[in-house]
Design a protein around this ligand. Structure first.
Ligand SMILES: [Zn+2]
Length: 224
């Protein structure tokens, strides 16, 4: 899953809106934290995936350290607690968003998400075998989360949130139907890590305070 992972992050940002909480870019990064780990560990040969030109384009063949249930719990606790030390009230939303990665991956992956400390047995509901449906689900998740988030933002941040949403839908469309599967794990990891950084930067841009110092992040919408 790609764009759909960001839906819990967008929704969580609304949940902390109006309070001091984690910035949107942190939540967007948290949504993909497990994949950042997977890409880095994959580059060192600790974890691995089988890539294919047709669906399923990616099957995790070694993902116990990042994509298993125990790893999900450990990463969620560790990153939630770490974020909580930096931003007040960030532990719970960041921990939950990190954990959401497993739930959203579960919908699309073929059974390759380990239940325990070995690669088998593994879970996955296999929507990736039906690319148009997987695409529709991911876009629907992002659209629903943006619709939920936008009323909690000031006008300019709301406009930018819609632009981020459009970028995520475009990204999903390109990766699902246009851009071929990268030929090697190295190329997959490089493009994925660049993408995660770009989306986090997009989140920073959406909620960037105005030059006047007025918050563009959480706060009542001025459009009503
Ligand atoms: Zn993943």
């Amino acid at each position: 899953m790609l764009a759909g992972h960001y839906a819990p992050a967008l929704a969580a940002y609304r949940a902390v809106a109006g309070r001091k909480g984690p910035p949107l870019w942190v939540l967007l990064l948290a949504a993909q934290a497990v994949d950042v780990g997977f890409m880095l560990l994959g580059l060192f040969g600790v974890e691995a995936a089988r890539l294919a030109p047709t669906a399923p384009k990616l099957v995790v063949t070694a993902g116990v350290w990042t994509h298993s249930l125990p790893a999900t719990v450990a990463w969620s606790l560790a990153l939630g607690l770490a974020a909580g030390r930096v931003w007040r009230g960030a532990a719970l939303p960041v921990g939950l968003v990190v954990a959401s990665h497993f739930g959203t991956d579960l919908l699309v992956h073929t059974p390759d998400l380990p239940v325990g400390f070995t690669q088998e047995p593994a879970l996955g509901l296999s929507l990736w075998l039906h690319p148009p449906w997987a695409w529709a689900l991911e876009c629907a998740l992002v659209l629903a989360a943006t619709l939920w988030l936008v009323p909690a933002l000031r006008a300019r941040a709301a406009r930018r949130a819609w632009l981020l949403c459009a970028a995520l839908v475009t990204l999903q469309t390109l990766s699902e139907f246009v851009i071929p599967t990268p030929p090697s794990f190295g190329e997959l990891a490089a493009s994925a890590l660049a993408l995660y950084a770009a989306v986090a930067a997009g989140g920073w841009w959406v909620t960037r305070p105005a030059a006047t110092g007025q918050s563009q992040g959480p706060g009542p919408s001025t459009r009503r």
